[in-house]
Design a protein around this ligand. Sequence first.
Ligand code: C2E
Ligand code: CA
Ligand code: CA
Length: 425
Amino acid sequence: MATILVIEDEFPIRELICELLKIEDYDVIEAENGRQGLARAKEALPDLIICDVMMPDLDGYQVLTELQRQAETVTIPFIFLTAKGTTQDIRQGMKLGADDYLIKPFNSDDLLDAVATRLRKRQTASAAWQKARAETPQDLEILLGRSAEAQPQGRASELLSEADQHLLADLETALAENQLTLYYQPQFNLKTLKLTGCEALLRWFHPQRGAVSPGLFIPLAEKSDLILSLGEWVVEQALTQWRRWRDSGLGEVRIAVNLSARQLRQPQFIPWLLRALEAEAIPPQAVEVELTETTLVENVSQSSEQLQALKRRGIWIAIDDFGTGYSSLSYLQQFSFDVLKIDRCFVQNVAQNNTNMILTQAMIDMAHHLNIRVLAEGVETLEEFQFLKQGGCDELQGYLFSPALAPEVFTEKLQNGFSLPQGIV
Ligand code: C2E
Ligand code: CA
Ligand code: CA
């Protein structure tokens, strides 16, 4: 039976959750604050963690951040409990790597459903992960293998800022010493099920820590100039990869790269990108740039000019994590995007969750009225897939089809075809 760790400082709520889980025969471990929860997570390595966001001392976000830093706890599914239930609040948790959320007050069905779904999804995800691992090239395996050793220990909240400094210094070394890799997650057309493109996602295999999540190190890099050289490296890698695929006759797969606000605001960025495309003889239509609302809102008029300049050259523009930031509909018109990416927090359980269902459908319809292509990200189940298909969504990306893959693996699939998940056709 699965072991579940419940981290909640309010005694009556904790008791209630634990009782409900025990009735369902789960093994339950309790923790009455974040610090205790972190210690129990590390010693028991539970199958699932349910954790309150609002706790004194170490809150739920800090617990999650710390769990994400450790190789052995990073994959444990994490459901957080929040009383606020605002999109920003939920987004913060999801961006840090949480898998699901429950808004207080919730009933026993909500709780048990979320738990059962997460445990079921974990099996799918870990099968996908195992498969990706099995296909991971040897040299990365060696790095991953070493990751189990030498985990830094310590009290999370005290170490956070110091730890961040260390991580940033390590990231700089990683960039200089080629510890970074760009992985590619395939994107498919929902009707034809054909591959339409891929999103380039950074992977960092740290020699001691193992895999470090970009959800953790990108925001950190954004606090320093490192994001500029990192961003440049990502674009260069992606373009080189694209050229290799084309040179080996594997076709012209559209490649999407994530841009950060600082990168876009550099006046020399667009000329640099255009020169790079020209140098490799890459058509601009092969490239899509993904920007978040938060990126754009920082300087609306400058961003708008920059995007127009990219668009005039034929580069595709996608709005990422749509609906999670300032989310104003006027941006959709102002920036004339080509693609709207529906964030994972809406796609999550879209076939069961009424709110997600309504919001997702509204986003699809609205985008289509504006002639914008819609891509749903984080699609994990057949039910989610079917809902999106019926709703008229154009493309999808998610673990149901494939996680992000090492370049060698992606290339192999380009040659031999991507296999579709069971039950799709
Ligand atoms: P994002 O751009 O929203 O990327 C999607 C994230 O969702 C990726 O996480 C991807 O691996 C994950 N994902 C895809 N399908 C599924 C699914 O079915 N289920 C679940 N649970 N997750 C799924 P990842 O790679 O950890 O990246 C996290 C974030 O880090 C990205 O969010 C993006 O904001 C940032 N990032 C990653 N690479 C880069 C980069 O090269 N440059 C910049 N500026 N940011 C990057
Ligand atoms: Ca993205
Ligand atoms: Ca996204």
